[in-house]
Design a protein around this ligand. Structure first.
Ligand SMILES: Nc1ncnc2c1ncn2[C@@H]1O[C@H](COP(=O)(O)OP(=O)(O)O)[C@@H](O)[C@H]1O
Ligand SMILES: O=C(CO)[C@H](O)[C@H](O)COP(=O)(O)O
Length: 572
């Protein structure tokens, strides 16, 4: 430890991880990364998928279209007011010893605001307008806009397109912004800033709006210092020409930099000292890499929870087909940071547990004293590879890599009258592992080899799942040492922003942790999975690359039917 670092021996930092359903605060000792206390606060309004909450609309019933996913900004503030003080109390540390706070957020999650950061849904007259709310990362209703962006960028030979593997996702800022303009021009006009939630929460903490380099690059298409040109934007829609200038352009902050100081208002919310360092915002996936000490080239970190993000640093710039993006310094300064992802992973298992499991399974799980997930996992673990006779496609939340198409959907092939819930559960786990192998192969064959898979996130607790991933990918799996990878990653950025470490690599060395080779591939299972992976790939290419467009047609059929039903209901 250097003399400078020694000053911080009894200093603490707070990391706050904003997930899909809740925010988690973690108090960490600066000198060694020891986690002393944490608290979770679920968002009061969770994810809005069917209607706006009547407590906010003044009782008005406002239905949402299919594929929408919104959130409420006040729910994010409550995490600061509830989870941060609770974590400090649980840690039993003197709040005056806390020297910094940092946050990470789901992304791309967008807040439309006034020039001072007031979210539009909080502005008089806008609480019943769906477009005035936060568009969550898994808002998948902007695919039509994404398709136009991709076609036009390819036709014009826009150089930035290659940095996104040739396709921008409908989840990213540009598609969501264009949807806002085209579906509610009034809310678009009133939007003075179109802000990543990762930056909005930092703005709330310190009163300064700094765009973080990570989401600006991966989600905002900022490459080599420039956004897509006004010419390109005007060709999409003339009213979109000044989008960059009027909605998103803002000074960029590097990861681990200090965005500002904790304001008096945020100090009162959190119980932390006014004036301490507030770090530049970051994305939940990217912040986890240093928490797992995975900052070297070839170490792919898979953050596996509701969705999976794959992030990896590399020394070379390559075009990986269907990747989410490559950004200079997107994970740590001095390396190219690559990202890929699967929009649905734990969400698919959660959907099956909630909507596809008969009462007898719930009764058996309750009798065994375990959750339905754990029960189905225990039953499925007794099977040989392939015994269920199934192959599934993991597209229940669309496909973010490598096809980049959110109008694709899930599929299970091979079901018979003998098929049981644990069979489908296992096939879904395997499908997500095949999805990860597809991504790894895309990286490796593009000259960005993956040498190690480091797993973070809630799914690492499922040992069957972890073994399946090791067997399917033929890679040893390391596991991040913390159960709160993203929150620890944020804490580490807070320590750098507070000046306790010179940079993220130094903080990762002192505060991060990883257990290496926890799951190793079993060759017999790996061979059996090779055969199933070939079947997965055949289905993947058939349904995902134009062999049969039935999934797209069914989306249209569904949207039309929902509109017909609503029109009939409104008329009656
Ligand atoms: N035993 C389990 N095995 C597999 N998936 C699980 C299990 N328990 C919960 N899940 C799924 O894990 C996801 C939550 O993961 P977590 O990492 O805690 O959340 P997040 O991604 O929001 O940070 C949910 O989608 C849930 O369906
Ligand atoms: O796109 C992402 C990061 O770039 C993540 O998938 C998104 O933020 C959701 O994360 P989680 O599954 O942990 O809730």
């Amino acid at each position: 430890m250097t003399e400078h670092e020694h000053d911080h021996e009894d200093a603490y930092v707070v990391g706050v991880d904003y997930g899909t359903l809740s925010g988690r605060a973690l108090v960490v000792r600066v000198s060694d990364g020891a986690e002393l206390g944490s608290a979770v606060h679920p968002y009061r309004h969770a994810v809005l998928e069917r209607c706006l909450p009547s407590d906010l609309t003044g009782g008005a019933e406002v239905a949402l279209e299919p594929d929408w996913a919104l959130q409420v900004p006040q729910d994010y503030r409550e995490v600061l007011q509830v989870a941060v003080p609770a974590a400090v109390e649980a840690a039993g540390v003197d709040p005056s010893r806390v020297i910094g706070i940092a946050t990470d957020f789901t992304a791309c999650t967008m807040v439309p605001t006034l020039h001072d950061g007031t979210p539009l849904n909080e502005v008089d007259g806008y609480a019943d307008r769906p477009h005035a709310y936060v568009k969550l990362w898994k808002h998948h209703a902007a695919q039509a806009q994404a398709d136009r962006i991709n076609a036009l960028a390819a036709q014009r030979g826009e150089t930035w397109l290659a940095r996104y593997g040739g396709l921008l996702s409908s989840e990213w800022e540009l598609a969501k912004g264009l949807q806002l303009l085209e579906e509610d021009p009034d809310v678009y006009a009133r939007t003075e800033r179109w802000v990543e939630a990762a930056d909005w929460i930092v703005w709330e903490l310190c009163g300064t709006y700094v765009r973080n380099a990570c989401s600006a690059g991966y989600k905002g298409v900022l490459q080599d210092g420039a956004y897509p040109s006004a010419d390109f934007l005007a060709a999409l829609n003339p009213a979109f020409a000044d989008y960059v200038e009027t909605k998103v352009e803002q000074p960029i902050g590097q990861l681990g930099d200090r965005a500002g100081s904790l304001s008096a208002r945020a100090a009162a919310w959190t119980g932390l000292p006014e004036g301490i360092a507030v770090a530049v915002g970051n994305v939940d996936a990217h912040v986890s890499a240093p928490a797992a000490q995975a900052v070297d080239h070839g170490q792919m970190v898979a953050i596996m929870g509701t969705s999976t993000c794959h992030v990896m640093s590399a020394g070379v710039l390559r075009e990986v087909p269907g990747m989410c993006g490559v950004v200079d310094g997107g994970i740590v300064a001095g390396s190219w940071g690559y990202e890929a992802g699967q929009s649905g992973v734990g969400d698919i298992f959660g959907w099956f547990v909630e909507h596809g499991v008969p009462p007898y399974i719930h009764a058996e799980a309750a009798a065994a004293g375990r959750s339905v997930h754990e029960h189905l996992t225990a039953l499925a673990a007794q099977q040989e590879v392939g015994e269920h006779g199934l192959v599934a496609l993991d597209w229940h939340s669309g496909n973010r890599s490598v096809l980049v198409d959110h109008e694709l959907s899930g599929l299970v092939v091979g079901q018979t009258l003998a098929t049981r819930p644990e069979d489908v559960y296992r096939a879904l786990i395997e499908a997500t592992a095949f999805g990860t192998r597809t991504i790894i192969e895309a990286f490796t064959s593009s000259g960005v080899p993956v040498e190690e898979l480091v797993v973070a996130g809630g799914l690492s607790k499922n040992h069957l799942l972890m073994q399946v991933y090791a067997d399917v990918t033929r890679l040893p799996l390391s596991v991040v040492g913390s159960e709160q990878g993203p929150a620890l990653g944020s804490a580490l950025h807070a320590a750098v922003a507070a000046g306790a470490y010179a940079d993220i690599r130094a903080a990762a060395k002192a505060m991060g942790s990883v257990q290496r080779g926890v799951f190793v591939p079993d060759e017999e299972s790996a061979l059996a999975y090779d055969a199933l992976f070939a079947e997965y790939t055949a289905l993947h290419d058939h349904f995902g690359r134009g062999g049969n467009d039935v999934m797209h047609r069914l989306r249209t059929v569904r949207r039309d039917a929902v509109r017909r039903r609503r029109t009939r209901k409104d008329a009656s």
